[in-house]
Design a protein around this ligand. Structure first.
Ligand SMILES: [Ca+2]
Ligand SMILES: [Ca+2]
Length: 208
């Protein structure tokens, strides 16, 4: 089921181990190492990057908006099998927008994907679907965010095995303007196959 090559992962881990061991011997002082512009550790492992996503009209002004997802700085390496990293400033992301609305701070995430979920509650503003990445494990989540004109809230989330998923949006089903389904995943009893687990959620009148 796993599409990634274990052989490739082990090779990568071996290379990373050699690099880390070399750097540890060469630069026992971690702060000294971080300050060196030629420090390979920094180039490989620190990624304070911002990813841009085209999303729907989240503020309801009739124009499509963009979201900017700021990843945390990580030290270590990220891999579904062998990931071992730390976030000096916290493993959280900040999602800001091309329009003047509040940011979303999503905890326990080092990056991910943002998608337009459509206007599920029919208030003229599109909802957002967020699929966060994590340091290790293919188990992640789907998080639906909605903006009421003043603040964001998260009326629903489920767990999924995100490494194998191709189309996250098919895991959202609108029931009516007040409720929707997110289709999560779990292993079957003998852990040989993933099964879909639909869960119904409701939009709240007041923000969470
Ligand atoms: Ca807009
Ligand atoms: Ca909406």
């Amino acid at each position: 089921m796993r599409k990634r090559s274990h052989y490739r992962n082990y090779t990568l881990v071996a290379i990373m181990f050699v690099v880390v061991a070399f750097q540890a011997c060469k630069l026992p002082d971690k702060k000294q190492g971080a300050a060196a512009s030629s420090d390979l550790m920094d180039k490989i492992f620190s990624t304070p990057t911002v990813d841009t996503f085209q999303i729907g009209d989240v503020d309801g002004d009739g124009k499509m908006d963009k979201a900017f997802l700021k990843r945390p700085i990580t030290e270590g390496f990220v891999d579904p099998d062998e990931g071992n990293a730390e976030c000096p400033g916290g493993c959280n992301v900040e999602i800001s927008f091309s329009t003047d609305i509040p940011v979303i701070k999503h905890e326990t995430s080092i990056g991910g994907f943002l998608m337009d979920a459509g206007d599920l509650n029919e208030d003229g503003k599109s909802e957002l679907l967020y699929v966060p990445d994590w340091i290790t494990s293919c188990w992640g989540g789907l998080f639906l965010y909605t903006y009421d004109g003043q603040k964001w809230s998260n009326p629903g989330s489920v767990g999924i095995y995100y490494c194998d998923e191709q189309d996250y949006l098919k895991r959202i089903r609108k029931i009516d303007r007040n409720s929707f389904i997110l289709i999560g995943q779990e292993w079957n009893d003998d852990q040989t196959a993933l099964i879909d687990i639909p869960t119904t959620f409701h939009f709240q009148k007041e923000a969470l």
